[in-house]
Write a protein that binds this ligand. Structure first.
Ligand SMILES: CC(C)(COP(=O)(O)OP(=O)(O)OC[C@H]1O[C@@H](n2cnc3c(N)ncnc32)[C@H](O)[C@@H]1OP(=O)(O)O)[C@@H](O)C(=O)NCCC(=O)NCCS
Length: 161
């Protein structure tokens, strides 16, 4: 994939499910080893199955970032009602180009349109700086379980105007 193409955001469809799994597992394999053990990374990367990816699209609100004019997905974000910013993943070749920020802004806009006053997220150590830059503040440390692994994450929130 070229990292120089224009990227456009749109709502995900069920046809994007396989791409979501690929972005999810590749982003974790790239970023998580700096923060979590090999066993934790493995459990986390395996957590998004094709079935769950279809649910992200059908049962929740998921936006994708795709190379303009193509179906090549390079990032995605999911909102889970009533107030959770649940997922944010960007393909390694495309990080640090503002795509996460653009996806986060869409999630915020969607939540705001639903009348959400405070958006919440359980944020991995890999993404804490990014969420801080989106204006989220730390609530408290938290331990979450994925597969047979425990993870320290940070519960964060952002008041919406
Ligand atoms: C977190 C993630 C989605 C950020 O996506 P991105 O497209 O690189 O984000 P942006 O380019 O919009 O950057 C957002 C901000 O975070 C900062 N940032 C992003 N990744 C960073 C990193 N690894 N180290 C330091 N700062 C980082 C950027 O500098 C930017 O800050 P700024 O606006 O003050 O300059 C991406 O790194 C990722 O997929 N990580 C692995 C998966 C993950 O942990 N997801 C979250 C689960 S809770």
């Amino acid at each position: 994939m070229s990292s120089r193409s224009e990227v456009a955001l749109r709502l995900a469809t069920s046809a994007d499910a396989a791409a979501l799994v690929n972005v999810f597992s590749t982003a974790i394999a790239d970023q998580a080893p700096n923060f979590y053990t090999a066993a934790q990374c493995e459990a986390w990367a395996a957590a998004l199955t094709s079935e769950r990816a279809v649910e992200l699209v059908s049962d929740h609100t998921t936006y994708v970032a795709a190379i303009d004019g193509t179906d090549e997905v390079v990032g995605f974000a999911t909102f889970v009602a009533p107030d959770e910013f649940d997922m944010l993943y960007v393909y390694p070749d495309y990080v640090m180009q503002g795509i996460g920020t653009r996806l986060a802004a869409l999630i915020e806009q969607h939540a705001q349109n639903l009348g959400v006053h405070e958006l919440r997220a359980a944020v991995s150590d890999c993404a804490r700086l990014a969420f801080e830059s989106f204006g989220f503040r730390h609530e408290r440390p938290h331990t979450t379980t994925v597969g047979d692994q425990s993870f320290s994450v940070t519960l964060m929130s952002k008041a919406l105007g």
